[in-house]
Design a protein. Structure first.
Length: 197
């Protein structure tokens, strides 16, 4: 089945940012794979496959993309086995960044931990474990702030803590934290939010 004119445009346009939005099952992934393959196999300006970053949401999608690109490289080698650059791609694909967004982020942090003063032996916490850590940090912070006796904080505590029940305040803090964490620069987001008051 040949590509439609629109699919060809998506495959062949270069040096531009592109957003492709189309109905489910209309061939978005198909044409993206076609595009990657044509960038790799381009005779004049071919890009090495390990210089391309492809991120997906699921491991299955990443696996399928990698598989299809690998097959296309193998097919090209079958046609033109003498091409050294082409044969190199079959090796480079093993280290290609065709992975989930989570796995890519984890790779960046593991390889550049020293840039952000991160312990290189870090690991991803399980959700129950993270919740416990968060709860402990919240309790410690709450005790410390209450002891400090800041007037504004006392008013906040009076309004949102009833007896020994701190969950309303805790939920608000966590909700705010989650919102701030969704921005690239959370501290700046907090500052701009404060200016609205
Ligand atoms: N021009 C084409 N020639 C041959 N097959 C095509 C063409 N366009 C799409 N297909 C086929 O259509 C099917 C659906 O394509 P694809 O999975 O890429 O769609 P999608 O838009 O990514 O779907 P989703 O929204 O579910 O992710 C695939 O089997 C793909 O091979
Ligand atoms: Mg798809």
């Amino acid at each position: 089945m040949p590509l439609t004119d629109e699919q060809k445009l998506v495959r062949d346009t270069r040096n531009k940012n592109m957003l492709v939005s189309a109905a489910a099952g209309s061939g978005k992934t198909f044409v993206l794979v076609e595009r990657i393959i044509s960038e790799i196999l381009d005779e004049k300006n071919g890009i090495d496959v390990d210089r391309i970053l492809v991120v997906t949401f699921t491991t299955a999608a990443a696996g399928e993309m990698k598989d299809r690109i690998r097959k296309a490289i193998d097919a090209a080698i079958m046609k033109n086995g003498a091409d050294g650059r082409l044969r190199a791609q079959a090796t480079l694909i093993h280290n290609a960044h065709i992975r989930t967004i989570d796995s890519f982020c984890s790779w960046v942090v593991k390889n550049y931990f020293y840039e952000i003063d991160m312990d290189p032996s870090f690991r991803i916490g399980a959700s129950g474990e993270l919740k416990m850590l968060n709860d402990n940090i919240f309790s410690d912070l709450l005790s410390a702030k209450l002891e400090e006796g800041d007037e504004d904080f006392k008013n906040l505590a009076d309004a949102y803590i009833s007896g020994r029940r701190t969950d309303t305040l805790r939920d608000m803090v966590f909700e705010l934290h989650a919102k701030a964490s969704s921005f690239a620069w959370p501290d700046e987001w907090y500052d701009s939010a404060l200016k609205l008051i």
